[in-house]
Design a protein around this ligand. Sequence first.
Ligand SMILES: Nc1ncnc2c1ncn2[C@@H]1O[C@H](COP(=O)(O)OP(=O)(O)O)[C@@H](O)[C@H]1O
Ligand SMILES: [Mg+2]
Length: 275
Amino acid sequence: MRYDDYPDTREKFRKNNVRKISSKRRISDLTEHKEKNTSLDKFADPALQELFERGFIQDVIWQLQQGKEATVYVATSEQGLVAVKVYADIRARSFKNDSLYREGRYIGDARIEKAIQDRTNAGINAQLVLWVEQEFMELHSLHHNGIAVPKPIARNANVIIMEFIGTEDGAAPRLSDLHLSKEDARSAFEQAKHILMGFAKLGRVHGDFSTFNLLWHEGKVYAIDFPQMIRFRENPQAEILLRRDIRGLLKTFHKLGIVAEEEALYREVLRQVPR
Ligand SMILES: Nc1ncnc2c1ncn2[C@@H]1O[C@H](COP(=O)(O)OP(=O)(O)O)[C@@H](O)[C@H]1O
Ligand SMILES: [Mg+2]
């Protein structure tokens, strides 16, 4: 079953998510030069320009949803379409409080730790880079361990390039945007549980696990959005965050007609965590 088989959803998705090049203003922020440049300078955004020069992308063609932290674009590359996640400069917005997720995370440089604590410019910069780096590393490890996530391709500064989940017609919809048949909803839930168990077996908690971060593509569920992922071994809040993830997952799946018991699932997932 493909998302194309849900005409309503596809229509809705087209309207809401995929703005072809008509969303000029946003894409042009990345591409349009304020000053005259050499013809080799394709992107105004330096991180994208470098990824272009290194052959990872050719053109940015669509803008997908803009989230709190990042905007995801679709770009062409020699290997086909890729997803490009561009994190906003965190100084331009009120940065989400990530101390809960950061707890126990090893940075290894006391000066950087202090700068982050004091929220100096250098600290905020370091924090953004760590945040993006964290997502890229997690993607690698999850993909390597056979969990259904987009394959990571490259990272540079505030940009991550990864496998695009979707087709030429558009990105895969999020489960939160769909009205699935009972059978598909059940299948999606089983897959989401399997992914959750997979995280737990690797000693990880997603930290923002719900149908908003699960894509549905050709009958398969993919998890996305990992900058806040936490490790049981490092973070004393892991169990609390796991509980919150499960609650979020059940609440959002409830809208798809799935009813499941929180406590039983929590215990089952917790049992997977290596001790
Ligand atoms: N690899 C991908 N393939 C297709 N669509 C994606 C991909 N990664 C993200 N998206 C889309 O972009 C949206 C935002 O991405 P996400 O990683 O969840 O960032 P955030 O929620 O922090 O803004 C997602 O909800 C999804 O619709
Ligand atoms: Mg998200």
